[in-house]
Design a protein around this ligand. Structure first.
Ligand SMILES: [Zn+2]
Length: 417
């Protein structure tokens, strides 16, 4: 075949969009080409003749597919669980990290039923409790098995990114079987054994179990406190300034994840903290059946909320791509590096009158809303509600105009109309 007849090298070209790739400090108008499921080129002025399909992305933002570091997607195990693919792509999310819905005793089941069945890349923090969430068994310290968790984490290194502990002894009196730090200490022990970070959902009960002790003494650099703007934390001091212990903990390398959820995002904590420059390190949504109809709704709603609190789009994309990738030890994710799997999201930033809510049923007005308009996973278009990659119906190709052979029907099948 001579060069004039050679097929164009790129499968798809997103042309003229504003590319934000925080890993490479890119935030400018560029073209992005995809071939063979991977990012093939990010450059200015890639000609349309080089691609089989070209999408006009002018006026839109183009980012890596987002990483949601805190979700619950194990519906067959407990009623918190959502179906991953039903909530990821429509929000530009291509990687979801389940935060401990399962533990060491049921990870294999989670892998078979969720990870292997999902087009979304699903990773996991393994709960220190052997069967994860959610029930009275989470209070049984004998089920918090560090050796089991570490062994399973070693067995499935491709999917398990850390250890989770949550929901432990929030109000009951201490006793010999329930000491203040049992679940945190066992999770940290598992983290030591498998060399992975620990994500902590925490309820402070000073003086025996204080937040300062958690973030200044217990957690190691790289460990993650999720739900940072929840009501139960002393985010502000008596003068309304960000509490020094948060700054000291950040200095030590402790990570603060948003972990919005049903109860863990309050404007009264988030607004002053963000105004004073204390931004969450990553934007986990804590999406589950209890938060999906509000106040979380989805990743794009959470990002929009924070945009209206004054964070920039670059700040936010960073915290939903490279930052969580670093936290989970997967630096190859969350970037548009040439050669990376082509997980890509395209966005429209709408201006208007919008409203946002927090976990205390309080409201905030806003003027900007980010809307996902296209998502690709491994170079395949998985979300395209406005048909950006499709022809006008009148110009659709020949096979559009006939009744297509049903899936599984023999080659000899003919339509009877
Ligand atoms: Zn959660």
């Amino acid at each position: 075949m001579n060069e004039a007849n050679a097929p164009p090298p790129f499968d798809l070209l997103l042309k003229g969009g504003h590319v934000i790739d925080p890993k490479r400090a890119i935030s400018q108008r560029m073209d992005l080409a995809v071939a063979g499921g991977r990012v093939a080129s990010v450059d200015k002025g890639i000609p349309s003749s080089q691609a089989q399909r070209t999408v006009d992305a002018s006026g839109l933002y183009v980012t890596p597919g987002l990483i949601d570091i805190h979700v619950h997607v194990y519906p067959s195990h407990c009623n918190l669980g959502l179906v991953a693919d039903g909530h990821s792509f429509s929000s530009g999310v291509t990687t979801m990290v389940d935060a401990g819905t399962m533990g060491g005793a049921n990870f294999a089941d989670f892998k078979r039923r969720v990870i292997d069945q999902s087009e979304t890349r699903v990773l996991a923090f393994l709960n220190i409790v052997d069967i994860g969430m959610e029930g009275d068994f989470e209070q049984d310290v004998s089920r918090m098995q560090a050796e089991l968790a570490a062994r399973i984490a070693h067995e499935y290194p491709e999917w398990i990114v850390g250890i989770k502990c949550a929901h432990y002894w929030t109000w009951q009196p201490w006793d010999a079987d329930h000491r203040p730090w049992d679940n945190v200490e066992r999770a940290l022990q598992a983290g030591e054994l498998c060399h992975k970070p620990v994500m902590v959902d925490f309820w402070p009960r000073p003086p025996e179990r204080s937040y300062a002790d958690l973030i200044l003494r217990k957690l190691r650099p790289g460990d993650i406190h999720t739900h940072v703007f929840a009501q139960q934390f002393p985010i502000l001091d008596g003068d309304g300034r960000v509490n020094r212990i948060l700054l000291q903990a950040r200095e030590r390398g402790v990570i603060f994840d948003l972990g919005h959820g049903m109860g863990s995002f309050w404007f009264r904590n988030a607004v002053p903290a963000i105004e004073q420059g204390f931004l969450p390190d990553s934007i986990g949504t804590d999406l589950h059946t209890g938060s999906v109809n509000g106040p979380v709704v989805n990743m794009q709603n959470v990002i929009s909320k924070l945009l209206n609190l004054g964070m920039t789009l670059e700040d936010l994309i960073l915290r939903a791509t490279v930052a969580p990738a670093r936290e989970i030890g997967r630096p190859e994710l969350g970037t548009l590096d040439v050669g990376a799997e082509a997980d890509v999201a395209v966005w429209q930033l709408r201006e208007g009158r919008f409203g946002f809510t927090d976990c205390g049923q309080a409201r905030m007005a806003g003027t900007q809303k980010l809307e996902c308009v296209l998502t690709m996973r491994r170079g395949k278009v998985v979300f395209d509600p406005a048909g950006l990659t499709m022809p006008e119906w009148q110009k659709a190709p020949a096979d559009y105009w006939v009744c297509r052979r049903p899936k599984g029907a023999p080659e000899t099948w003919v339509p009877h109309l």
